[in-house]
Design a protein around this ligand. Structure first.
Ligand code: AMP
Ligand code: ZN
Ligand code: ZN
Length: 425
C-alpha cells in the first residue's frame, strides 16, 4: 500500500491520540484492579481466649498480632459458640438474629433448636438477619465457607457459593488446602470472601482446662495451620488478601465438684413447657396455665439462698446484655456466677473442667481479633470492641454498602482500615 507523505501527520496524530488514551487507562486499570481485588479470609479459632498468645507463644499468631491490627474481642451474651459465630457474621445481637444460645426453645414453633441436632442446625428458618456471605453475594461477590456456623443452612433460601455440611472430623489441613484451591479458581468463580473454622482449641479447653498442656498443643497445632495457609498463599496465590482471625469467646477453669450447683433445687418441672440446660445458665419456658409471679416467688426464695446464682425474669435481664426481646429467651433465666455451673448429674460424672457462657464483661470470656493484609493498618493496637462491630470492616474491605439493620458500631473499626484509594498514594 502506498502511503502518501501527506498522511504521515495524520498517522502521527492518530498514534498520539491512541497512546494518549492508552496511557490514561493503565492508571485507571490499576486503580480498578485494586478496587476490585481485595479479598477477605475470616478465620475462627473456637474458644481461643484473649491471652492464649502470650500464654502459649504460638509463633505465627504472635507474628500476625505484631504485624497487623489487634484487640481483645468482646463476645455477646451468652458467650456460647453458636450465638457468637452468628453475631460475628450478621452484626446483630443474638436476640435480634434469633440464635439466642446453643440450645433454646421456641414457644411459637413448639420446637427446640440444639447444635447437636443436625436437622435443626441445617434448617435455615431458625436463622434471622442477613449473614455477610448473602450480603456480599447480593453485590455479585462469590463467597465460600468451610464450616462457619449457619453456612450449611439455607438462610433466606441462600447458601454461600461454596460450602460444606459440618463434619468436625475433616482434618484441618484439608480445610486450609481447600481455601487455597478456592483462591486459585478462575476469576469469575473465585470467592472474594472465605470463612474458615477450627474447633480444636475449644475442645481441649473444655476437656483439660484453659491453661493445660493439651490446650497449648491445640493452640500450636492451629498455629501451624495458619502458617500452612500463609505459606501456600504466598507461594501459590498472587492476590491482595486480608485475613481476620477471631474467636467466639474465651474459657474459664472450673472444678467439677466444688463449682457444681444442682439445678433441681431451683424448680418444679411441672411449671414449664420446656427447660433448657446450658451449664452456665438454664432457661425456663412457662406453661400458659401457670402464674409467672407464683413461680418466680418460689424460685426466688431458692435462688436467694445461693450467692452463686442470679435469677431473672426475661424483662429484668440487665439492659446492656441486650437479651430480653425474644420469646426464644426463657421467661425465666437462671444464671450461674463464674466459675459455677449447673448440672443434674453427680460431679464425678462431669467431663469438662473448662467452660464459657457467662456475661461478656468477664475477662476470661474475651476472645481475639487479629487482622492483617493490604487494607489493614499495620502495627496497631486498637481498643477492645464487640464482635457485632466487625461487620462494617468486612463491607469496607469488600467495598459494599452497610446494611440498614446493624446492631454493631458503624465506624468503630474505621481507623484500622486502609482503602484501596489510600493504598495507591
Ligand atoms: P460449645 O463449646 O458447646 O459452645 O460448642 C462448640 C462446638 O460446636 C464445637 O465442638 C463444634 O463441634 C460445634 N460446631 C461448631 N460449628 C458447628 C457447625 N457449623 N455445625 C455443627 N456443630 C458445630
Ligand atoms: Zn465456641
Ligand atoms: Zn466451647
Amino acid at each position: 500500500m502506498r502511503i502518501s507523505i501527506y498522511s504521515v501527520p495524520f498517522f502521527v496524530s492518530i498514534l498520539f491520540l491512541f497512546f494518549g488514551l492508552v496511557s490514561c487507562f493503565p492508571d485507571q486499570n490499576r486503580n480498578r484492579g485494586i478496587d476490585e481485588d481485595s479479598y477477605l479470609i475470616l478465620i475462627s479459632i473456637d474458644g481461643y481466649r484473649y491471652d492464649y498468645t502470650e500464654l502459649f507463644e504460638p509463633p505465627t499468631l504472635t507474628r500476625i498480632k505484631k504485624e497487623g491490627a489487634w484487640a481483645d474481642l468482646i463476645p455477646m451474651f451468652p458467650t456460647k459458640t453458636f450465638p457468637n459465630h452468628y453475631s460475628i457474621v450478621t452484626g446483630l445481637h443474638p436476640q435480634n438474629h434469633g440464635i439466642v444460645s446453643n440450645s433454646f426453645y421456641d414457644p411459637e414453633r413448639k420446637e427446640t433448636y440444639s447444635i447437636s441436632d443436625r436437622k435443626q442446625v441445617e434448617d435455615g428458618s431458625w436463622y434471622g438477619g442477613v449473614p455477610i456471605w448473602t450480603w456480599a453475594q447480593r453485590r455479585g461477590i462469590k463467597t465460600a465457607s468451610y464450616f462457619w456456623v449457619g453456612s450449611d443452612a439455607a438462610i433466606g433460601g441462600n447458601y454461600p457459593d461454596y460450602y460444606y455440611k459440618y463434619d468436625g472430623s475433616v482434618p484441618n489441613e484439608e480445610r486450609v488446602d481447600q481455601v487455597v484451591e478456592w483462591l486459585k479458581l478462575p476469576k469469575e468463580e473465585r470467592p472474594r470472601l472465605i470463612l474458615l473454622y477450627f474447633s480444636d482449641v475449644d475442645k481441649q479447653g473444655h476437656q483439660y482446662g484453659p491453661e493445660s498442656e493439651q490446650t497449648k498443643q491445640a493452640v500450636l497445632a492451629i498455629d501451624s495451620m495458619i502458617h500452612r495457609l500463609r505459606t501456600k498463599l504466598a507461594e501459590e496465590v498472587d492476590l491482595p488478601i486480608n485475613t481476620i482471625i477471631v474467636s467466639d469467646h474465651g474459657m474459664i477453669a472450673q472444678q467439677a465438684c466444688a463449682n457444681r450447683i444442682d439445678t433441681r433445687l431451683f424448680y418444679d418441672a411441672d411449671d414449664f413447657e420446656a427447660v433448657i440446660h446450658q451449664g452456665t445458665q438454664v432457661q425456663f419456658y412457662l406453661k400458659d396455665s401457670v402464674r409467672k409471679d407464683d413461680v418466680m416467688k418460689r424460685m426466688r426464695r431458692k435462688a436467694n439462698e445461693s450467692k452463686n446464682v442470679n435469677l431473672y425474669e426475661r424483662a429484668q435481664i440487665p439492659e446492656h446484655w441486650q437479651y430480653n426481646h425474644n420469646p426464644r429467651i426463657g421467661n425465666i433465666l437462671l444464671k450461674a456466677n463464674s466459675p459455677f455451673f449447673f448440672s443434674e448429674k453427680p460431679c464425678e460424672e462431669e467431663k469438662t473442667i473448662g467452660t464459657h457462657g457467662y456475661e461478656s464483661n468477664i475477662k476470661q470470656m474475651h476472645g481475639i481479633f487479629y487482622a492483617t493484609g493490604p487494607n489493614i493498618r499495620p502495627h496497631t493496637r486498637t481498643k477492645n470492641f464487640k464482635n457485632i462491630d466487625l461487620f462494617p470492616l468486612y463491607c469496607s474491605i469488600l467495598e459494599i454498602p452497610l446494611p440498614d439493620r446493624l446492631d454493631g458500631h458503624r465506624t468503630r473499626l474505621e481507623s484500622i482500615f486502609i482503602s484501596n484509594k489510600a493504598r495507591k498514594k
